[in-house]
Write a new protein. Sequence first.
Lengths: 100, 653, 167
Amino acid sequence: MITVNHYMLLSAILFAIGTFGVLTRKNAIVIFMCIEVMLNSVNLTFIALSRHVGNMDGQIFVFFVMTVAAAEAAVGLALMIAFFRNRNSIDVDDFNMLKW
Amino acid sequence: MYSNLWLIPFFPLVGSIFNGLFGKRIKNEAVIGGIATGMVFLSFLVAAQNFFKLLGDTEKVHELVIASWISIGNLQINWELLLDPLSAVMIMVVTGVGTLIHLYSIGYMHGEEGYYRFFCYMNLFAFAMLMLVLGGNALVMFIGWEGVGLCSYLLIGYYYEKKSASTAANKAFIVNRIGDFGFLCGLLTLFWALASKGVWTLNFVKIAESGHLLESGGLLITVVTLCFFLGATGKSAQIPLFTWLPDAMEGPTPVSALIHAATMVTAGVYMIGRMNGLFAMAPATMMTIAIVGGLTAFFAATIGLAQNDIKRVLAYSTVSQLGYMFLAMGVGAFSAGIFHLMTHAFFKACLFLGSGSVIHGLHHAYHHAHLHDDPQDMRNMGGLRKKMPITFITFLVSTIAISGIPLFSGFFSKDEILWWSFGSTRGHWMLWVLGAAAAGMTAFYMFRLVFMTFFGEQKTDARAKDHIPESPFTITIPLMVLGLLAVVGGYIGVPAILGGANRFHHFLEPVFGHALELNHIAAHGTHATEYTLMAISVAIAIVGIFIAWVMYVKDPELPAKFVGRFTAAHRVIFNKWYIDELYDFVFVNPCKKIGTFLWRGFDVRVVDGVVNGTAWVIKGLGAGLRYTQSGYLYNYAVAMVVGVVVIIGFYVF
Amino acid sequence: MQAILFYLTAVVAILSAFFVMKCRNPINSALNLVTTFLCLAVFYVMLESPFMAAVQIMVYAGAIMVLIIFVIMLLNLGLTVKTRYTHGLAAGGILSVMVLFVANYFTRAGEATGTGGSVTSELIASYGHTELIGRAMFVDFLLPFEIASILLLVAIVGAVVLSKRKV
């Protein structure tokens, strides 16, 4: 029988993989995709727990996460285009202006 | 009723603000001086109207509340004015003499730089002085008290480019601060003492009413009155705080006449008169005041004997005469003290203005001859009576008045003080001796001044001596008016023994009578004693004049011989008993040393060290920490993940 | 049967997520990400949430993925692959293992409260999942829904402004 704990473990694994990608990759778009993986793992938790407690609120929350992710994708990718125009690269190693 | 009382201080304030704001642009001296003089004259008119109304009124004490100022619990302090015979006399003196001196200044200050500034300060002074004398409670009075101190400072330092003037201004201000400290201590102690008896007030009328709550002759009242007296010594240049007044002569002569002779320096006397109920209850303080006053009169007179600067002689004479007033206050002769204050205002203002006229003339002559001699040194004068007849006559009249020759104003007031200091229940024959000796010396040095300035041969430089003019009419008119007052001013207070009614005394009765009666202060003695004393003091004065005549007219060689004989004594009094040097040694230099130590040792090392050290530590921390801000995104991401792990880990485990 | 499906899908999901992180070429990462999204949609169906599965496929696998691939193509990133495409592997590995550990422990340590809510399998079967979502969305969460629409509008404007060459 598949319990909610299975889903929890699965989503924790996906979250950790996403984190690893965010921390180690240089390509900003891949980092972005890894963030999407993390978001999806959290969505899975929400839906699993929503079914577990018998309440629709978690699923509505997932809906909003998706909305925010879509907005984030639009703005984030636009940022990347703008950055690429300036630096001709989207390596985060080149994102070094955030300092004194 | 007396509802227009507020106009009296208001007019000079308006004049001051007007000249201060627009005087620089107007540039027209007639307009500036005219407005300033006119404003003081307007307040003189209002003062006169109120004065005569009060004369005919049976009710003698009137209070006028203008606005509420401080209201805390039981304590209610208003902007309030108090008109009673004492303040009525004072406003007449201040506005009357003030008007004349303003008029005089129009001519005297002609062509000075900062003409408007002078009149702005003068009007401000008139405002502050009127607030002082009209103030209905101690706080309003204190505002005036501080205000006149400020104006005194500003006007002494009028020629601020001159080092000696700015130093003198600082000295006057700082010495006055010591006195103000005493005044404030007395005020707060009195407030506390009365409040502990359930009376929350600073109002003079209420203080007088509830003075009996305090133990008569007790420690508390003695401390309070001594503190007030310390304030008075600062403002009125008494021992030990008299050193600033002679230096204050650095200011323009009209300032010396108005502030440092006629009005401001008498504020201490007025203040004691205002609180006579409290002072009468403290015999120890009264005795201190009498002794200090007598000693000041005596010592200042000795210093006056040997000075050569015309204004300095007058300054020491002022200190000496103020000593007389304090002597009067100390022996309970309140009305005599105020009477002397008034007559002194007339003749001393006249003397100062006369000396100003002489200086003005000499300055003009030196300027004409392109010389740089000191126009204030009496050794350069002599024989001026023919050059400046009006100045001479008014000056002579005032000198006779100050010397105490019968029928002139100074005689009546001074004689009454001497009589009280001998015959009063609070008096003593030694006080009389001090006073009489001072009177003799006063007569001597004042006539020495007259003889050196106006008689004998002309010692002015030959190139300048034919160009000494008589002063213009704006200068001579005030001189004549004040000279006239110096003669007749005394007749309102002719004592009963000389067949007069002593109307002045009776006029002030409502203010002083109660305290005198309550504390059994009165002058006792037979008519024979009084006549004898009077004759002795007149004789001493005449002897003084005669010696001056012998030494400076009959045999001009005599003073030099005299100095040669008594070198040590002459040097001591010529150097003012070395009081300034003593104060420098005892107070000023140690203070400077402490200050230097605190500056070099404490401020530079400790305070600056702490501040600089803090900055240095922060700078070092910042220099170290800025490497954590690499600017790389993933470094921040790592930090964030570490934070999440730590926080959730802490929460879970 | 359900367990087999779960484990199978889970393995596929983990592997595809791993390759998202691993692939040198961003296009390959993107295609693996599509696989991950599809696997998650399968889980949503298994959790009796067919509407969420549909939205997952349409929004994520459809819209967002198209956007990402479009940008990759636009920037021509496939050809500008650098020799070194990762950094800080050791630190990232340690941290992500710790994250896994903490997250797993966190989900297990607690006990879900308020279980046994009104939404049961029978209810979903009788009403249909879409209707239940619709009721919750447009009754209880109407205001957040409207706010989300404004958020999307702002995002559109922001994207346009940012990617324009000259404002």
